[in-house]
Write a protein that binds this ligand. Structure first.
Ligand code: T4K
Length: 371
């Protein structure tokens, strides 16, 4: 197979060399400490908190369990306002807690929950807002906090895409009552599967730590009906190794983002979602909108790229609100979510990952340009 025929996926995990990973594995084999808050787990919590500039962070087995547990930690009930333009895990975490999702439309430029539309969706049952920093681009955190303060609501950010994003001089993860992260294989920072909850104080971290370990507070005391959501030592060790390379990996993502932007911004009918203001962005995704001026529809371009071995993805199509377990909700009506519907019908995320070669980027660009 020539390099030109090699399939190009939307993403690929950044894997340091196996030799670099072996000493960590040897240590695990020697100690026989495989899970339950072992030394690598503890070290990664400390190093990640420092790297991200946050006060407290609890590691999780994946991002979905982090979301489910974040809701438990704050004892959220009733209704929660959220976005339909996300990965389905966001809303699923609500259903797993017996909470009713209330979908609110997104902003056309950021693809994030539109703060201007939140107030109209608040009812006496509303207890929280769960916005998503979609593609790692910051939500309007100031406006959302103001609404939460007025109505006495909690804010849990699904920050699955927002690893290392800095907004107005500090970590984006510091906003809201809690932020959850995903370290899945497809994410900027990965531990194969994995996730975290970022929280502001030691007391909340303690509760979260209990909840992710069946509710055990000590050997004989169970304080809550917790779950098993612990990250194991093999994953935590891999996280420590990833962390050593993460700045270089994000720098390469920035180069790719710049190349796409330079080459595609002037193509009629291709809209490159702008870089967020006041933000040091992680370039986790490269979303484009296919507009009427482009000769193909979004589906047409998606198929054309596939025929050339390029697997761009339609994140987030279909909208969460279109799935069977959500579509009966009054807030899932298409008339309530026109901007999200248009975005879902026109969006395409192009391949972006540190090992993506310049020739591959050129290949993607030339197909989009119709050459
Ligand atoms: N909240 C939000 C906003 C999220 O986006 C997600 C996850 C979550 C919560 C939940 O977090 P986790 O519980 O997952 O930690 C992927 C991921 O599975 C999912 O983690 C992610 N969001 C979502 C946006 O994307 P798929 O169905 O697109 O994955 P898949 O398997 O098709 O992978 C995409 C491409 O990545 C493949 O074509 C090739 C490449 N790939 C994938 C894997 C799994 C690799 O090169 N190596 C791999 O190991 O969902």
């Amino acid at each position: 197979m020539s390099p030109l025929d090699k399939p190009i996926y939307v993403t690929q995990p950044f894997l340091p060399s196996l030799e670099e990973y072996m000493p960590y594995l040897e240590q695990i084999w020697d100690s026989k400490w495989l899970t339950n808050g072992g030394p690598f787990h503890q070290e990664l919590e400390k190093k990640l908190s420092n790297h991200l500039g946050v006060d407290h962070l609890a590691l999780f087995a994946n991002g979905t369990l982090a979301l489910v547990t974040a809701l438990q930690a704050l004892r959220i009930t009733g209704e929660v306002i959220t976005t339909p333009f996300s990965f389905v895990a966001t809303a699923h975490s609500l259903l797993w807690n017996g909470i009713k999702p209330v979908f609110v439309d997104i902003h056309p430029e950021t693809f994030n929950l539109d703060p201007e539309k939140i107030e109209a969706a608040i009812t006496p049952q509303t207890t929280a807002i769960m916005p998503v920093h979609v593609y790692g681009k910051p939500c309007h955190v100031e406006k959302i906090q103001k609404i939460a303060d007025i109505y006495g609501l909690k804010v849990i950010y699904d920050a699955a895409h927002a690893f290392g994003v800095n907004y107005k001089g500090e970590s984006l993860l510091k906003h809201g009552d809690l932020s959850t992260m995903s370290f899945h294989a497809t994410k900027v920072f990965t531990t194969f599967e994995g996730g975290a909850i970022v929280c502001p104080d030691a007391k909340t971290k303690r509760r979260i730590d209990d909840l992710k370990n069946f509710g055990f507070a000590d050997e004989v005391t169970v304080v809550a009906p917790g779950i098993n959501a612990k990250m194991n030592e093999v994953q935590a060790a891999f996280g420590l190794l990833q962390l050593k390379h993460i700045d270089k990996a994000i720098a390469r993502r920035r180069e790719i983002d710049a190349q796409y932007r330079e080459q595609l911004s002037s193509v009629p009918g291709i809209f490159c979602a702008p870089l967020p203001a006041d933000t040091i962005y992680n370039c986790s995704y490269f979303p484009i909108l296919i507009q009427d001026a482009y000769p193909l529809s979004r589906e047409g371009l998606y198929e054309k790229l596939r025929q050339h071995g390029i697997y761009a993805r339609r994140y987030f199509y279909p909208l969460i609100s279109e799935f069977p377990m959500y579509r009966g909700l009054p807030s899932a009506a298409r008339s309530n979510l026109p901007i999200a519907k248009t975005a879902a019908d026109r969006i395409l995320c192009l391949p972006i990952y540190p090992a993506l070669e310049n020739e591959s980027i050129e290949r993607v660009i030339s197909i989009i340009k119709g050459k």
